[in-house]
Design a protein around this ligand. Structure first.
Ligand SMILES: Nc1nc2c(ncn2[C@@H]2O[C@H](COP(=O)(O)OP(=O)(O)OP(=O)(O)O)[C@@H](O)[C@H]2O)c(=O)[nH]1
Ligand SMILES: [Mg+2]
Length: 412
């Protein structure tokens, strides 16, 4: 495949530090926005953060700040301004007028990445639907974009009638796409039913934590894994056999803070895989400074998907990349999160969390992967046994897994 290379565009990042949010946290959020921007193919060159109680309804940040940003844009050859929250149509319009460069909000940025990543026609349809739904209420602010698509010169907006026509076209498009998705959803549901009664395990987690890498490792398959956000958009399901116990493992789209609602909705079938699974494996990147916040987002998303009460294994991945700052003995400032060693983190986690089996692994160096396999074996077997109390021929304990505790009711 030939990819056209375009020279990288310069981007600035704009976010708000809300009350009750410490500055480290806001920095982490902007770091993520920066990573998203890079993933989309632009070069983040500067960030602007303003302390505000809530976004300014006119220009997101205050008028003084937006003037300061406008000066920077003029003087530094900036192509794109990226905002960390979703902007309304009028905010988009106002800001575009002041800054005179392209404006992207977080939602639009994520949609753009998704559009670039969608490989199957199913994923493409999902993303296209979400894009049109995003576009519809913002049409007046986005005329330049549409003009360009139609091949117009793009420096003047269409008249109101044209916007009305655009609206009608987009509404029709949305209806058609929804229809297509409904059909695909039905096909996928049938496919899932036809997979039989095997125990279904789903990998879930924040984006870029190593789900696909782990899937590859456990199923010896070859799924696209990359150090970019949202490398995976389509769900992949593989049959995995541990010992002599087969089960289905699925790898799916990663979660992220403020995932656009329409996008979540249009990914219904993809997320049904999570909803209908018997066991979840929550993969966490423990080398990421914001891993606790990421876990929170994943847990909230699971609640939204009504999947929070499923059996769950927690896998802290990337222990090879874990770093911490050792404090000097005479440093009397309070110990912060980043001063904990891996062993200390592990100990305090294990002490505080008794409900979910947990392992600390590296999918890269394969450290403790065998331990994860044993844990998976044990949990899958527990589910299998409750489902088929009279059927044990599949999984007499293989010799290498005899550490897995015997399950009551299992004859061997
Ligand atoms: N250092 C280190 N890197 C890892 C480990 N596991 C995965 N990675 C890297 O982390 C990056 C993301 O891995 P993926 O497997 O694509 O992550 P994912 O969770 O599937 O990401 P999305 O599909 O984007 O949501 C890749 O560059 C991997 O090589 C690990 O144990 N240690
Ligand atoms: Mg992936």
């Amino acid at each position: 495949m030939i990819e056209t290379t375009r020279s990288e565009e310069n981007a600035i990042l704009i976010g708000i530090n809300y009350p009750g949010q410490d500055e480290h946290e806001t920095e982490d959020f902007i770091d993520e926005l920066s990573f998203l921007t890079e993933t989309a193919g632009a070069r983040p060159v500067k960030r602007f953060i303003q302390k505000l109680r809530m976004p300014d309804p006119r220009t997101f940040v205050g008028s003084g700040k937006i003037t300061e940003i406008a000066r920077y844009v003029r003087e530094n050859d900036i192509d794109i301004a990226v905002f960390d929250d979703e902007l309304s149509a009028s905010q988009l319009r106002n800001i575009e007028k002041v800054l005179g460069c392209r404006i992207l909000d977080r939602t639009n940025l994520i949609l753009d990445i998704f559009a670039g990543r969608a490989r199957t026609s199913y994923a493409r349809t999902q993303v296209e639907l979400a894009q049109y739904q995003y576009l519809l209420p913002r049409l007046t602010g986005m005329w330049t974009h549409l003009e360009r698509q139609r091949g117009g010169i793009g420096l003047r907006g269409p008249g109101e009638t044209e916007i009305e026509t655009d609206r009608r076209i987009i509404r029709e498009k949305i209806a058609i796409l929804k229809d297509q998705l409904k059909k695909i959803d039905m096909q996928m549901a049938t496919q899932r039913k036809n997979r039989g009664k095997m125990v279904r395990v789903a990998l879930v987690g924040y984006t870029n934590v190593g789900k696909s890498t782990l899937m590859n490792l456990l199923s010896k398959s070859d799924i696209f894994a990359e150090n970019k956000l949202f490398a995976t958009l389509d769900t992949t399901v593989r049959k995995v056999v541990i010992g002599n116990l087969p089960f289905l493992l699925s790898d799916t789209v990663g979660f992220i803070r403020k995932l656009p609602v329409d996008l979540v909705k249009s990914f219904k079938s993809t997320l049904d895989e999570v909803r209908e699974s018997d066991l979840l494996v929550h993969v966490v990147d423990i080398s990421h400074p914001g891993f606790e916040e990421q876990m929170k987002i994943v847990n909230e998303t699971l609640v939204e998907l009504k999947s929070a009460d499923k059996p769950l294994i927690i896998v802290f991945n990337k222990i090879d990349a874990f770093t911490y700052i050792l404090k000097d003995e005479d440093d009397l400032t309070p110990i912060r999160k980043e001063n904990y060693s891996l062993a200390e983190l592990e100990k305090s986690w294990m002490a505080g969390n008794k409900h979910h089996p947990t392992v600390f692994i590296s999918a890269k160096t394969r450290e403790n992967v065998e331990e994860l396999q044993k844990l998976l074996y044990r949990e899958v077997k527990t589910i299998h046994v409750t489902r088929y109390p009279y059927n044990d021929f599949l999984f007499r304990d293989p010799p290498d897994l005899d550490n897995a505790p015997a399950t009551p009711g299992l004859r061997s």
